[in-house]
Structure formats: structure tokens, C-alpha cells
Ligand binder design. Structure first.
Ligand code: ATP
Ligand code: MG
Length: 605
């Protein structure tokens, strides 16, 4: 490809709003542009990378017997109603109506559609197992679109769904997919880790998230939204969203319960301020947080903690956690059966309780206010806390020596907090923990009969009995893989592509393409390498060499070949390896061998 016939709008500076290295570099390298929050255009250079990742995934899916299909992006409401997800999906689902006023949504995933298809098509056990996969755009109205294409509202996904006659078959197949995912991410050159995504108590069901972890020493540099927790002793690794907090050893039992005492704390509100003021550690505090949700899942198996007003649809929750710990909103949402939750702002708290959040506490808290009948939801950490400190529900006052059940009674006590370094491994029970940032690029899940039951999707076994399909589903964020790969591999000059997903293999850079001798040799190299099935980007622009070198570094093609006047007499060119910054002077006759050798080598480091 000649650059003058390509479209490579590189930028010196990324737009201010780019909040991560990968977003900055994708803009600067002319890979993507933004249309609206979380919606992007992929330009030719970006699309070349996306297609390479897609092809690697396709090959591995085919290897494990996957059959590629194309499912609609525009989906009718009915199958979503059958599974209850029309309500459950909440605001993340893009909903729309057709001209007849029928409801539709834009695909965020496709379990319902594919289960509907199988229900109509597959009648006999003889046709199983089956695995269908597709590449397609997914739409999710994310609450916080950010990090460029890492969390966007429209993105490119590979989703796969498998159907089996029994659990054993589904489990065996799950392992094949797991291995295929490991191969895919390895082939894409990613440093990744499959982490356990099963919640402790749910035995027998498998779920793994494939996390890209930083390739650099400084793990903080990765734009990962996920925090992974590792056990130092056993091989436990999990997303902290899911990591269960088991016992807390810091609080001893048998502590004498002291008399409740009110203390004056003028104008000090936060745990930090009050702990300084009273000279007490933050772990002696009961933090009282007010959460609001407007989206409640109607789950008959869950007790409803979500009392609401008549006038609006807000659900309010009083949530308690120890002062030094953080509420894990994923766990909270799950336990409360809501799919959106946020901290109430000061105005709302004042409206409801007539007092600032800093002085709120569970003791004698008015829970029946207006049409609210609030419930107190406590993290287990406050259960273990003796003689704690908390707000007195009175401006400028706190209470000391507060004890659970004596002074207040929560309606629900659950594991609701983030795991910390002070915790022990939830699996082996005695290992210390390490933490690391990660980007989730894939997710595999053994679904069981969740969808086939609610959609009544069955087949006939040997005896003619109707059996629900046992299913698995397996996603990869193809567009996210591209940005995760850049997060992992870049330097101050730009992107450093892993060869298997690089947009081109070679950046061919004639110092002056108007010079006939240089041009002739460049063209000869171009044709020769193309013949060897290498993908070449020839910088035939009439630009200063400095501009060309800068662009070459920025777009990060693994090998750069510079054709210059001074090496012409020796019939040599300069070969530069983007990753290692190594320079080699290579005879033109040996160039194809040399370049192929370098590319193979780069795949191994
Ligand atoms: P997350 O926790 O990051 O929101 P998820 O659990 O919602 O992910 P899945 O439904 O399992 O994601 O989707 C499969 C894959 O699609 C994810 O592993 C991720 O790589 C990708 N993905 C999910 N949401 C987005 C998004 N908003 N933008 C880009 N890629 C996404
Ligand atoms: Mg999500």
C-alpha cells in the first residue's frame, strides 16, 4: 500500500478529552475518530488491526467446531420479555419503536435471539452439540463511557453460544473454549490472565474473565477499570468486583460493650475529619451511606428492600460499612436486586433526613419518612465492629460506643465491600493478597439452562423425552482487544504493534522518493517483499524525513526499512526494529529473509 493512496490522518496532539494512552494513540495514529460519547468511527488503519484480531478469533473458533452466523442487531422485545431481561437490562439497553409502535432494542448481547433460533430449529439430541458464533456491533448505553473504545456505547464483539445435551458435555466444551481463548489472546500478543468470576457460593458453574494485565513494571500505567486480586499462596485470582470477603481478624470478640455516648463534633463530617478530631482510627467508624436506585429488578426470589415513594421511582437504601472500607457497588446491586445504583447527593439526603450525610448514623435513624419505609443494609464489617463511632443524626454530633443489635438493627447483613490487603484469600483461607489493574477482554460463562428454561427451548433425547438445552456463552470485546494491546505496548513515540495484529508488517521509508535512485530501489524492495506476502506501507509522500520517521514511530509498524542515498553504493538499507529500537544494515538481497526472521522473533518476545 502506498501512503499517498492510503488515508493516514496522524495528529501531533490528541484531543483533550482522551483519557488514556490507548485513546490518545488511536486518535493520533489516525485509527479512530469520535462521533459522540462512546461512539467511534474506525479509519482504515484502525480497521486493519480490528480485522486481524477478528481473523485470529475466527480461526480459533472454527478449530473448536464453531459455526459462524450473523444475528440481527435490531431485536424485537418479545424474546427479551420471555427471559425477563427486557426489564432487568434497565437503562443500558437501547430501546426503540418501529412505525407500528412495536418495541425493539439494539443488541447488547444475543442469548435470547440465538435460543429462539435453536428452539425452532433443533429438535433432536442427534444434532448436538452445536456452537454458533458471530462478529457484530453491540450497543450498550453505558453509564460511564470512557477510555476510548475500551468502554464505548457501540463496540465490536465476538459472541458465541453453545448448546449441549447435558452438563457434562457443556462442561467439557467450556474447557475447549477456555483453551481457545488462551490461544487467541496469546496469538494477539497479549499478556493476560484468566480470572475466576464465579461467586464463591455458586458451585458447579464456571465463569472466567480474561484480563489483560500491564506489560510494564509500573502497573498503574494501564488504563484498566478492573482490579484483580491474587493470592500469594494458592493460584486464586479474581476480579475484586467478585472476590468474596471472608472473616476479618482485626476485631476481637469478647470486648466489653461500653455505654453509648454523644460527642460534640462541630463542623466535622467525613470519617477522616471526625477520626482526626476524636483521635480515633477510621476502622472504629460505622460509615452511613445513602444510595439511590431508579432501576429495580423484579426477582421473586429476592426480598424487596426497595421501598419507594409514590411520587417518583427512586429507591433509597441506608448502607453501613466500616469507616476504612469501601462499598463494592457490584455486590450491593446484586444483593439488592437493582441494576443501577449511585450515592445520593447532599440535596437529596437533606431532603429526606433533614441533615447532612456526615452526621447520619443508624441509631434512632428515622426510617419512615414521607412515603419511604427505609431499610438498613449493613456490610459484615460492621457486624464485627464493637464500640463504634457514627453520626448522631443531629447536626454537629456523633455517637461513641455504638453496638449492633443493642443500639441499631440492620435489616440485612451481607458481604458488600471491596476486598483489601488486610483480607485473606477467600479460597485457601490463609494466603495474603496482591492487587493489579486489568482490562477485561473476554468472558466465558457456563449458563446451564437459564435461558433454555425461561424460553422453553427443548430437544428430544433417545427416549423421546423433552430436555432443556444446556448452554454456554462466550464473548470477546474485539475492539477492546485493540486498545488493550496498545495500553500494554507503547512508548513515548507511539504504538508498538505485536506483529500478528499490526496493520502492516513493514514501513518502507525512502528518505527522498523524488530521487530516482532511491525510488527505483524502494519500488524494487516493495514489489519483492509484497511477493513474499509481507504487508508493506510505502511512505511515498513528499515530506521531510523527520515527519516520516515520526509517523512511522507513532503508528508502530514492527519493522521499518529506510532507503537512503548513503547506503546505496553498498546495496544496503537500514532495518529498524520498532520494539527493541535495534538498527541493522542489511543487504537488499537478504532483506526478505531478514524481515521474516525479525517478525518471527518478535512474536516470541
Ligand atoms: P464489563 O464488566 O467490562 O462491562 P461485561 O461483563 O458487561 O463487561 P460481557 O457482557 O461479558 O461484558 O461482554 C463480553 C466482552 O465484551 C467483555 O469481556 C468486553 O471485552 C467487551 N465489552 C463489554 N462491554 C464493553 C464496552 N462497553 N465497550 C467495549 N467492549 C466491551
Ligand atoms: Mg458491562
Amino acid at each position: 500500500m502506498k501512503l499517498t493512496q492510503f488515508y493516514l490522518p496522524t495528529l501531533r496532539q490528541a484531543p483533550n478529552e482522551c483519557d488514556t494512552i490507548s485513546a490518545k494513540l488511536m486518535f493520533r495514529a489516525g485509527m479512530i475518530r469520535k462521533v459522540a460519547s462512546g461512539i467511534y468511527e474506525w479509519l482504515p488503519l484502525g480497521l486493519r488491526v480490528l480485522k486481524k484480531v477478528e481473523q485470529i478469533i475466527r480461526e480459533e473458533m472454527n478449530t473448536i467446531g464453531g459455526l459462524e452466523v450473523w444475528l440481527p442487531h435490531l431485536m424485537p422485545k418479545e424474546p427479551w420479555q420471555e427471559t425477563g431481561r427486557w426489564n432487568v437490562y434497565g437503562k443500558e439497553l437501547f430501546r426503540l419503536k418501529d412505525r407500528k409502535n412495536s418495541d425493539f432494542c439494539l443488541a447488547p448481547t444475543a442469548e435470547e435471539i440465538i435460543t429462539g433460533m435453536i428452539r425452532n430449529e433443533v429438535r433432536s439430541y442427534k444434532m448436538l452439540p452445536l456452537m454458533f458464533y458471530q462478529f457484530g456491533t453491540k450497543f450498550r448505553d453505558e453509564i460511564r463511557p470512557r477510555f476510548g473504545v475500551i468502554r464505548s456505547r457501540e463496540f465490536y464483539m465476538k459472541d458465541a453460544y453453545s448448546f449441549h445435551r447435558d452438563e457434562k458435555c457443556a462442561e467439557d466444551y467450556y474447557k475447549l473454549v477456555y483453551d481457545a481463548y488462551c490461544k487467541i489472546f496469546t496469538r494477539c500478543g497479549l499478556k493476560f490472565l484468566p480470572v475466576d468470576a464465579t461467586t464463591g457460593a455458586i458451585g458447579g458453574k464456571f465463569s472466567h474473565e480474561f484480563m489483560v494485565v500491564s506489560g510494564k513494571e509500573d502497573n498503574e500505567s494501564l488504563a484498566g477499570e478492573e482490579i484483580i486480586v491474587f493470592c500469594k499462596k494458592c493460584n486464586y485470582a479474581a476480579n475484586i468486583e467478585k472476590a468474596e470477603c471472608v472473616n476479618f481478624s482485626s476485631q476481637v470478640s469478647g470486648v466489653e460493650l461500653k455505654k453509648l455516648e454523644e460527642v460534640n463534633t462541630p463542623s466535622v463530617r467525613t470519617v477522616e475529619e471526625v477520626s482526626k478530631f476524636l483521635n480515633q482510627e477510621s476502622k472504629n467508624f460505622i460509615k452511613t451511606l445513602i444510595y439511590v436506585s431508579e432501576e429495580v429488578i423484579i426477582d421473586k426470589n429476592k426480598k424487596d428492600f426497595s421501598n419507594t415513594t409514590k411520587s417518583d421511582n427512586k429507591k433509597i437504601f441506608v448502607v453501613l460499612v466500616r469507616g476504612d472500607l469501601e462499598i463494592n457497588e457490584t455486590k450491593l446491586k446484586e444483593k439488592l436486586g437493582v441494576n443501577e445504583i449511585k450515592l445520593a447527593d447532599n440535596d437529596l439526603v437533606k431532603d429526606i433526613f433533614g441533615i447532612e450525610v456526615g452526621f447520619l448514623g443508624p441509631v434512632n435513624l428515622k426510617l419512615k419518612i414521607a412515603s419511604y419505609d427505609l431499610k438498613i443494609i449493613a456490610d459484615k464489617s460492621v457486624y464485627e465492629l464493637k464500640n463504634g463511632i457514627t453520626g448522631a443524626n443531629k447536626k454537629d454530633f456523633h455517637l461513641k460506643n455504638v453496638n449492633i443489635y443493642r443500639d441499631y438493627k440492620p435489616d440485612l447483613i451481607e458481604d458488600l465491600r471491596n476486598i483489601t490487603v488486610e483480607d485473606v484469600c477467600p479460597r485457601c483461607g490463609n494466603g495474603g493478597l496482591n492487587f493489579s489493574k486489568g482490562i477485561e477482554v473476554g468472558h466465558t460463562f457456563k449458563l446451564g439452562t437459564k435461558y433454555s428454561e425461561s424460553m422453553k427451548a427443548t430437544f428430544l433425547d433417545e427416549t423421546g423425552k423433552e430436555i432443556n438445552f444446556v448452554m454456554g456463552c462466550y464473548g470477546i470485546g474485539v475492539s477492546r482487544v485493540v486498545s488493550a494491546s496498545i495500553e500494554q505496548s507503547n512508548d513515548e513515540d507511539g504504538i508498538i504493534w505485536y506483529p500478528a495484529i499490526a496493520p502492516f508488517d513493514v514501513y518502507l521509508l525512502p528518505i527522498d522518493y523524488k530521487d530516482l535512485d532511491i525510488k527505483n530501489l524502494t519500488d524494487q524492495i516493495y514489489l519483492n517483499l509484497k511477493d513474499k506476502k509481507l504487508e508493506i506501507l510505502l511512505d511515498d509522500r513528499d515530506e521531510r524525513p523527520g515527519v516520516k520517521f515520526k509517523d512511522a514511530d507513532l503508528i508502530g509498524i514492527p519493522v521499518r526499512i529506510t532507503v537512503s542515498k548513503k547506503l546505496l553504493p553498498d546495496n544496503k538499507v537500514e532495518v529498524y526494529i520498532r520494539k527493541t529500537k535495534e538498527v541493522r544494515l542489511v543487504l537488499v538481497d537478504k532483506l526478505d529473509e531478514e524481515v521474516s526472521g525479525i517478525i518471527e522473533l518478535l512474536k516470541k518476545i
